[in-house]
Design a protein. Structure first.
Length: 320
């Protein structure tokens, strides 16, 4: 990236339709709960992060797949309206588009169930077809809602050309050290950090240990998102806990994706990591005050106005 040109972000990821139901409380095993206000909304971690990046001013190219159903048509149209380049978004004949069924309780917490659909067919060949875009990007952004083989190939192509890689390892699965060593920024939440390391991550002190383990596996920078407790940032210079902004929570769905997409753009623009985290936290805080995933992701001018007079930060949690 040079001068004032917008950063170029390539996203390899998932596209879903979110079926969202508001409930009084999240159900336990075998429990039936009544809900209201069923909404059909665009989603998918990859698509959410691509929209977040586009709304922060990046030029975004997307590598993924939808089915040849009505959901696929709608999601393609939605991403196109955001100005995202869909040259490498395949429409697969006879396949269903991915679906997420999301229950949201009165406190804004959620429970999500996925049907991967066409996301499970994103191929190494698709990634190879996007090689030129990946190798000329300022940042490659990946998650794990698409096959690991495709993600692994995309990261390999980017790393070989010195393109920075941001991996949101969600949903978590075992990752080999050789792959982690090619990741510049790893952004798991506490559950994913625990699953990746085998260590408990119930508070900040444990998050630091998990981050050190991931750094020991070769990751450049580790940012463990801790929800209302903030973000643990760990790099070569040590670690710090950045408190969360104190805002009323309506819906946490897509907050992590908003953080990741905004972080990717700020880093690709050459911002220092502390400033990039501040902007990403601001975007995520704005998002949780609104219902929905993609529809609720703020634009750059909204984030800048919000951070000009930000709300107070929450009290930092005990380190255990």
């Amino acid at each position: 990236m040079t001068g004032s040109a917008p950063p170029r972000i390539v996203v390899v990821g998932s596209v879903n339709t979110d079926l969202v139901l508001r409930v009084a409380h999240l159900p336990g095993a075998g429990e039936t709960v009544s809900g209201s206000s069923l909404l059909t909304l665009p989603g998918g971690k990859g698509a959410n992060q691509a929209v977040a990046a586009a709304r922060q001013g990046a030029v975004v190219q997307f590598v993924g797949a939808v089915g040849d159903d009505d959901f696929g048509t709608r999601q393609r149209e939605n991403l196109a309206r955001e100005g995202i380049d869909l040259t490498h978004l395949a429409t697969l004949t006879g396949q269903a588009t991915g679906v997420a069924m999301i229950a949201i309780d009165a406190q804004g917490q959620n429970m999500i169930m996925l049907s991967e659909g066409a996301n499970g067919r994103v191929s190494v060949e698709q990634v190879e077809a996007a090689r030129s875009a990946i190798e000329s990007a300022d940042m490659l952004l990946c998650q794990l809602e698409t096959p690991l083989a495709a993600v692994r190939r995309a990261i390999g192509l980017a790393h070989a050309k010195g393109v920075r890689v941001l991996l949101n390892p969600a949903p978590a699965r075992p990752l080999e050290a050789s792959l982690l060593a090619q990741v510049d920024y790893l952004v798991p939440n506490e559950t994913e950090a625990s699953q990746l390391t085998g260590l408990p991550v119930a508070h900040a002190a444990q998050a630091r240990l998990a981050a050190e383990a991931l750094r020991g596996a070769g990751v450049g920078q580790v940012l463990i998102t801790l929800g209302e407790h903030g973000v643990l940032v760990a790099g070569a210079g040590g670690s710090s806990l950045q408190a969360a902004l104190d805002v009323p929570v309506v819906d946490t769905t897509g907050a992590g994706d908003t953080f990741v997409g905004c972080l990717a753009v700020a880093v690709a623009q050459g911002r220092g990591l502390a400033e990039a985290v501040r902007e990403a936290q601001g975007a995520a805080a704005l998002k949780v005050t609104r219902l929905g995933a993609q529809a609720a992701i703020p634009r750059r001018d909204e984030v800048q106005a919000f951070l000009a007079a930000p709300p107070p930060r929450r009290t930092l949690p005990s380190e255990g």
